[in-house]
Design a binder for this molecule. Structure first.
Ligand code: F6R
Length: 243
């Protein structure tokens, strides 16, 4: 595990964007695993800035997102497809056909999950996976449970996740209760994983994820077993870890 200590959120974003930059310089047809949420907003902004200055080309890049709410069409501003277009895809020269998220409006959830896993396989797996961290230790929407789910699956969101995500919705009742998430297997199979964490409220869970026992009750703890995990966190998130 490589630990990169950022001064603050801006610094964390710049460092994460630099890693994406390095990845695309080395492999211009990379498959990027992407996440949504507030942690990622500044990272996408910084990547767009580098793209705008002519440093990056996404023509041959493919992206696979971690998750999508069930029941929200892509036109709904709360859907993760909408988020990705607003915050990232609309600002770079990526071909829309190379951007993948689970279909939250699918008729057959099991079929959609299998299709998503097959898609990731057909792309040759993920070169670099960007991850945020949930307050309950979730990665993607792999919520705490009794097992690590290997494959893409439908998940019932935890009360704490619904509460945390309600900040993006008018009312907490509007937050979807279910989502499709990439499984732990596809995440762990990524060549490189970049876990980005900021803020004091994530300090206790970050400590457990990085140095606590590896268990499905703390899904992110499995990242300790990855061969090429890079953790970029700001000083607030590292507050409970002594270096
Ligand atoms: C979203 C995702 C989630 C978030 C996590 C942190 O696609 O995969 O695991 O990364 O919930 O969310 P924020 O960044 O909003 O604190």
């Amino acid at each position: 595990m490589e630990i990169i200590r950022a001064k603050n959120y801006q610094d964390m974003c710049r460092k994460a964007a630099n890693l994406i930059f390095a990845q695309l310089i080395q492999k211009n047809d990379s498959v990027l695993g992407l996440a949504t949420g507030s942690t990622m907003v500044g990272i996408y902004k910084d990547i767009i800035t580098r793209y705008s200055s002519g440093d990056l080309n996404f023509e041959k890049v493919a992206t696979v997102n971690l998750d999508e709410y069930l029941g929200l069409p892509s036109t709904n501003p709360q859907s993760y497809r909408y988020y990705m277009e607003e915050n990232f895809f609309n600002h770079i020269n990526i071909s829309p056909k190379n951007t993948y998220l689970p279909d939250g409006m699918c008729d057959d959830i099991n079929k959609e999950c299998k299709k998503y896993d097959m898609l990731i396989d057909s792309l040759g797996g993920i070169d670099l996976q960007l991850l945020g961290l949930g307050l309950d230790g979730h990665i993607g929407f792999n919520e705490p449970g009794n097992v690590f789910h290997k494959n893409s699956h439908c998940i019932q969101l935890n009360e704490s996740t619904i509460k945390a995500n309600s900040r993006f919705f008018d009312r907490i009742e509007d937050v979807p209760k279910r989502a499709i998430t990439m499984g732990i297997g596809s995440i762990m199979a990524a060549e490189t994983i970049v876990l980005c964490v900021n803020g004091e409220n994530k300090a206790p869970i970050l400590k457990q994820v990085l140095y606590g026992p590896i268990k499905p009750q703390i899904p992110g703890s499995i990242l300790q077993l990855h061969n090429n995990l890079i953790v970029i966190a700001d000083a607030d998130a590292f507050k409970e870890i002594s270096f």
